[in-house]
Design a binder for this molecule. Structure first.
Ligand code: TQI
Ligand code: CA
Ligand code: ZN
Ligand code: ZN
Length: 172
């Protein structure tokens, strides 16, 4: 079953049109248009299950959600740890920060088939999971769910399960 954060925080009802910015990208070698693509696809999966809409903005100050790549300590008390271990993290609503570990061997876009090479991490799979956290979902006990707390190394898991859909629809 799906879960929420303590107190079940959500984005408030008058904020159904959320803007996201992909800001700190200097620490990754993946090009900007691929990143835009991966996140557009990841957000669209949650938009399809809710009345939420997500739009990319180039202006960080306009953004509700701020996505960036960081290595090691990066000022939020949750340092990244180099290859594997923690891949990414996101904070509960309405914080809006989604951080990815710049040290991972990220694969994205047309490279996604390489996700099976050793140590590779499929970015879209991680993005879909972290957006679930951004929207207020905790971890699910259903192994096939996007919000299950583990994923097989190299696996690609981007489709919401019934459990994820029920979870997000109970919040929005
Ligand atoms: N990052 C953890 C996660 O997103 C960070 C975390 C632990 C967390 N507990 C949390 C975030 C509670 C919010 C709320 O779960 S991770 C996976 C999965 C990670 C793990 O790097 O371990 C994915 C990131 F599920 F596959 F194991 C993305 Cl998809
Ligand atoms: Ca790591
Ligand atoms: Zn962080
Ligand atoms: Zn998680």
């Amino acid at each position: 079953l799906y879960a929420y954060f303590p107190g079940a925080p959500t984005w408030p009802p008058f904020r159904r049109d959320l803007k996201y910015a992909i800001t700190a990208t200097s620490a990754t070698s993946i090009d900007r248009s691929t990143l835009s693509d991966v996140f557009a696809r990841a957000f669209s999966r949650w938009a399809a299950a809710t009345n939420l809409r997500f739009t990319e903005t180039a202006s960080e100050s306009d953004a509700d959600i701020k996505i960036g790549f960081y290595a090691g300590s990066h000022g939020d008390g949750e340092p990244f740890d180099g290859p594997l271990g923690t891949l990414a993290h996101a904070f509960s609503p309405t914080d809006g920060r989604l951080h990815l570990d710049a040290a991972e061997a990220w694969v994205a876009g047309s490279d996604a088939s390489r996700a099976s090479s050793p140590g590779a991490v499929d970015m879209e799979s991680v993005a879909v999971h972290e957006i679930g956290h951004l929207l207020g979902l905790g971890h699910s006990s259903v192994p096939d769910a996007i919000m299950y707390p583990t994923i097989r190394t190299g696996a690609r898991k981007v489709d919401l399960e019934a459990d994820d859909v029920q979870g997000i629809q109970s919040l929005y």
